[in-house]
Design a protein around this ligand. Structure first.
Ligand SMILES: [Zn+2]
Length: 471
């Protein structure tokens, strides 16, 4: 096999089990050489420094300081964080991240909507890179860990590998995704959706406005993006640009903390579908119109809400969930029969067919209920229907091996919230690493992850990236 390592590569033995400084690979059957680690032969098996994974060091103090500093770029007072796309605070936070990437020696570039890329060139830079990353935007009055752990943690993971003396074969790239949260323009995972090449979104953004009627393009320009023309297709990346994408994230659920487990290895990401429904009836006086003569749009909504629960439960899987999060009645007076009702339904699953069956059953129920109650089904609109994603087996294995080698407990789990990884899965093999967070709190100021748990996640990410970069 051809030489795969450059002459300057410090021949490091990545081994957890031994603290011997210099050893011969063939003397110690428990020692794992770079060769074992990568699957590729090394040039000089006789002279290498043996190191151990236990020597991987995360600089916890400076990482915590960075998390706190980033949280100060907020439009609401601490401990809450509010950082909305393309606002002054968002621009400052982006600058902070680019600066850190630069300090780590990464080459930094940005695309037309402000996805930020920090690249560490591998010694075979022509190979597709291994990517990691997350987001730093924060919904109003949220916390400082959601997304942030996957960006600052990724930079620290690269620093960990650099301090260790590791040289990546495939380039390693950190991505900061633009607007994972839908706060300003109502579109979640805006940056990763565009990276995944969703053309309808690239077109729609030309006319998208925020609640104050400010256009997306003007907002992007004010932050220094969309400079040349309005064509956002330059953001699209080709399938195969990355050999793997791994996102580090707080769990946003209570399981890891409750079970005292350090690392969650995500096997699938559930994807939501959103449905808007409107019923219209005749309304009328709450006293004067007798029961047999009513066409009550409110009761139709109530009946549909119960039908949503029924259809979800019928799926027979705990992975199917459905929620009526919005139910509004018009005119909303105690003595008036509702003449209009409006529902918004969220249903999620890791199995797309099963979720789509639920949607179809809800539609049939809406039709049946409208008929039965003599109201009109004015609207039944499936607003979005993103496909769920499965994590790549090879990435799951790499994260599992990293956790074991680092002596960290792990658990396979499903991500019930969705992330930029859901869209990266369309253009790259994908995986996610979860760490515990306090009581599963997220999207509120009480959101918290201990620096020790974050450091564990950073180490697992670092070893996983190292493994994937050598394959
Ligand atoms: Zn997030």
């Amino acid at each position: 096999m051809a030489l795969r390592f450059p002459p300057l590569l410090p021949l490091i033995v990545l081994c957890f089990c031994s603290s011997v400084i210099v050893a011969h690979k063939y003397d110690d059957p428990t020692a794992k050489t770079m060769e074992d680690f990568s699957g590729y032969p090394i040039q000089e098996p006789h002279s290498f420094i043996q190191n151990s994974f236990s020597s991987l060091s995360v600089e916890m103090e400076s990482l915590q300081k960075q998390i706190d500093e980033l949280a100060s770029f907020s439009d609401t007072p601490a401990p809450s964080v509010t950082r909305i796309l393309y606002t002054e605070k968002d621009v400052l936070a982006r600058r902070y991240i680019k600066n850190l990437m630069g300090l780590s020696g990464l080459s930094v570039r940005e695309d037309a909507v402000g996805n930020i890329f920090g690249r560490w060139d591998g010694y075979e830079p022509e190979l597709s890179a291994v990517a990691t990353g997350s987001h730093i935007d924060a919904i109003p009055y949220s916390g400082k860990y959601d997304g942030v752990v996957g960006v600052l943690g990724a930079i620290e993971a690269i620093n960990v590998l650099m301090r260790f003396g590791f040289k990546p074969r495939r380039s390693l790239e950190i991505i900061l995704f633009t607007s994972e949260e839908p706060t300003r323009f109502g579109i979640s995972c805006l940056g990763s959706r565009l990276l995944a090449g969703i053309e309808v979104l690239a077109k729609a953004l030309k006319t998208t406005v925020d609640a104050k009627n400010g256009s997306f393009l003007d907002a992007a320009r004010s932050a220094g993006y969309v400079k040349d023309d309005n064509d956002l297709s330059s953001v699209f990346i080709k399938k195969g640009s990355y050999s793997a994408f791994v996102e580090l994230h707080i769990e946003q659920g209570p399981i890891l903390e409750e079970e005292g487990i350090s690392i969650g290895i995500v096997t699938a990401i559930a994807a939501p579908a959103s449905i808007k429904v409107e019923f219209e009836g005749n309304g009328g006086h709450a006293g004067a119109v007798l029961m047999p003569n009513r066409n009550d749009a409110g009761l139709a909504a109530a009946e549909l809400a119960l039908a949503v629960e029924k259809h979800v439960l019928e799926s027979g899987s705990v992975d199917t969930v459905g929620t009526v999060g919005i139910l509004e009645l018009h005119p909303g007076a105690i003595n008036s029969i509702p003449s209009k009702s409006h529902l918004e339904i969220d249903t999620r699953d890791i199995d797309e067919d099963r979720r789509n069956t639920v949607i179809e059953n809800i539609r049939q129920s809406a039709i049946r209920i409208a008929k039965g109650r003599g109201v009109r089904l004015f609207e039944f609109n499936v607003i979005n229907q993103d496909p769920p994603a499965l994590a790549e087996k090879a990435i799951i294995k790499a994260v599992e091996a990293a956790s074991k080698e680092l002596n960290l407990t792990h658990k396979f789990m499903i991500s019930r919230a969705y992330h930029d990884s859901l869209f990266m899965a369309r253009v790259s093999p994908m995986g996610m690493i979860f760490i515990p967070c306090y009581k599963g709190y997220s999207h509120k100021p009480e959101e918290y992850a201990s620096i020790e748990d974050i450091a564990n996640g950073v180490k697992v990410l670092a070893v996983t990236l190292a493994k994937l970069s050598l394959t």
